[in-house]
Design a protein around this ligand. Structure first.
Ligand SMILES: NC(=O)c1ccc[n+]([C@@H]2O[C@H](COP(=O)([O-])OP(=O)(O)OC[C@H]3O[C@@H](n4cnc5c(N)ncnc54)[C@H](O)[C@@H]3O)[C@@H](O)[C@H]2O)c1
Ligand SMILES: C[N+](C)(C)CC=O
Length: 471
């Protein structure tokens, strides 16, 4: 670990200032310049942010890698996704103007009704460290597109690219107070934001434990929340597949970003007929992964984010061993990397459904494996979790895949792949993985409130009461 910068540790007083600034920006000039401005006005700012991100892609990616340990190639991909997300919501901001006053068909001709979509107000955005700028962007872009003003609190473990975003917003002339960024610890900076009475909504991405706390706090004010939480997602592989193709998806599903992915398919379910051959190939592929300094060309597995995360992942592995599982491959620091928080890609077999490694989110490059005989058994194992973020199935029988996609209890199902993520498609979980959807049009709806306006349009009196007799 090396210190290459420091960030402010905000407290409740800073949160107060940030919320005040956001409230002021929301209401300034009756909202004419932001919250009630045409979506096309806000779209220009979002497009301008996207342009700057693209211009600075290499620098921003480097910063993300230095801060989080993810391979530079992955950080480049993240920055492309960040720019695409701002562009996408710029288009939706523009389209919002045309969706206002959409009429509702009513069963009584004396009434006319239409719907206004209005920004919720000041929103608090609290985000994690695994995709620091991307996870923040999934909230900032739609919130701003909707006309909200925001206070963003990124993770204390990786805040730098979010601070850069703040600099970009100043450069492009985003009206002051529209986006406010505070850095600092969860209890000191995140909690006062979540409990602030003048914050109208909290959008949170992070662990299920913190999500629960945020929900309890928000409940005191009946404040809406959307929660994107953890996962323990399954990948089911049937016996009719091209083994190497399926192995590559299994690897990408659990070793990309060193497995620090909410939707990581970290429970691998293999049809018993191919299990041995599949595991032999999986080990061979895992051996060939380039684990290195994330800045090195071709790196495919960098370090985990922090010493704390390293210790946590190692503890999961040792508990799995002590509970009787087999560490088929990995489970240790790579021999050639004496410093840093590196962990070999790890494959764990002989797993039972009561083991911690089967039940809890590791958030590291660790996959656990079970075999199944029948489709029914595969689905039961896939759904044997409190989480419900994602699931994946690989088979050449597409009817089977579609059948399974209907019964997997999760917000996302991948067929013949794992992890691809598109800004146009909804993202979010069921069960203890949270609720609400980000991305796509659903992501914009997160920051809009729906107002019904109904007009009595007849010249006749309503006629429910008899008029009093005239004297
Ligand atoms: N569902 C998704 O889309 C998604 C995406 C990315 C990450 N995640 C989840 O995020 C988790 C990893 O992220 P993490 O370790 O940063 O999570 P975390 O819950 O520890 O922290 C997330 C954020 O909450 C803040 N926080 C902590 N305590 C708080 C409190 N009491 N009040 C308010 N804010 C508080 C943190 O400072 C950070 O900014 C994993 O569980 C992962 O699955 C989910
Ligand atoms: C959605 N994704 C994979 C970018 C981030 C989840 O941790």
């Amino acid at each position: 670990m090396a210190v290459f910068g420091d960030i402010p540790a905000a407290t409740a007083e800073d949160v107060e200032l940030a919320v005040l600034a956001a409230r002021d920006a929301f209401a300034r000039d009756g909202g004419r310049h932001w919250s009630r401005a045409p979506g096309a006005v806000r779209a220009k700012f979002l497009k301008a942010i996207a342009v700057k991100i693209k211009e600075r892609k290499s620098y921003m990616a480097l910063l993300e890698t230095l801060d989080s340990g993810k391979p530079l190639d992955e950080a480049h991909g993240d920055m492309e996704d960040v720019a695409a997300c701002f562009e996408y919501y710029a288009d939706l901001a523009k389209a919002l103007d045309g969706k206002q006053r959409s009429p509702i068909s009513l069963p009584m001709e004396n009434f006319e009704s239409y719907v206004l979509k209005e920004p919720i107000g000041v929103v608090g955005l609290i985000t994690p460290w695994n995709y620091p700028l991307l996870m923040a962007t999934w909230k900032v872009a739609p919130a701003l597109a909707a006309g909200c003003t925001a206070v963003l609190k990124p993770s204390e473990l990786a805040s730098l690219t979010c601070l850069e975003l703040g600099g970009i917003c100043v450069e492009i002339g985003l009206p002051s107070g529209v986006l406010n960024i505070i850095t600092g610890l969860g209890p000191e900076a995140g909690a006062p934001l979540a409990s602030h009475p003048h914050v109208d909504k909290i959008a949170f991405t992070g662990s299920t434990e913190t999500g629960k706390r945020i929900m309890v706090t928000a409940a005191q004010m009946v404040k809406p929340v959307s929660l994107e939480l953890g996962g323990k997602s399954p990948l089911i592989v049937f016996d009719d597949v091209d083994i190497d193709k399926a192995v590559e998806w299994a690897m990408f599903g659990c070793f990309a970003n060193a497995g620090q992915v909410c939707s990581a398919t970290s429970r691998l379910l293999l049809h018993e007929k191919i299990a041995k051959q599949f595991l032999d190939r999986l080990v061979a592929w895992a051996k060939s992964v380039k684990v290195s300094d994330p800045l090195e060309e071709g790196c495919r597995l960098g370090s985990v984010v922090s010493e704390g995360q390293y210790q946590k992942v190692m503890k999961f592995i040792s508990t799995a061993r002590s509970e009787g599982a087999t560490i088929l491959y990995g489970g240790v620091r790579p021999q050639h990397l004496k410093k840093g928080f590196f962990i070999e890609p790890t494959i764990i077999t002989d797993v039972s459904t009561s083991m911690q490694i089967w039940r809890e989110e590791v958030f590291g490059p660790v996959i656990c494996v079970k075999e199944f005989r029948t489709e029914r058994e595969a689905v039961d194992l896939a759904n044997d979790t409190h989480y419900g973020l994602a699931g994946a199935v690989i088979s050449n029988d597409l009817e089977r895949c579609e059948r399974i996609s209907k019964v997997i209890q999760s917000g996302i199902v991948w067929i013949n792949c794992s992890q691809p993520c598109f800004v146009q498609a909804p993202w979010g979980g069921n069960k203890r993985s949270g609720f609400g959807r980000e991305l796509g049009e659903w992501g914009l709806d997160n920051y809009l409130s729906v107002k019904q306006v109904t007009k009595y349009s007849s010249d006749e009196p309503y006629g429910w009461y008899r008029p009093p007799s005239k004297l």
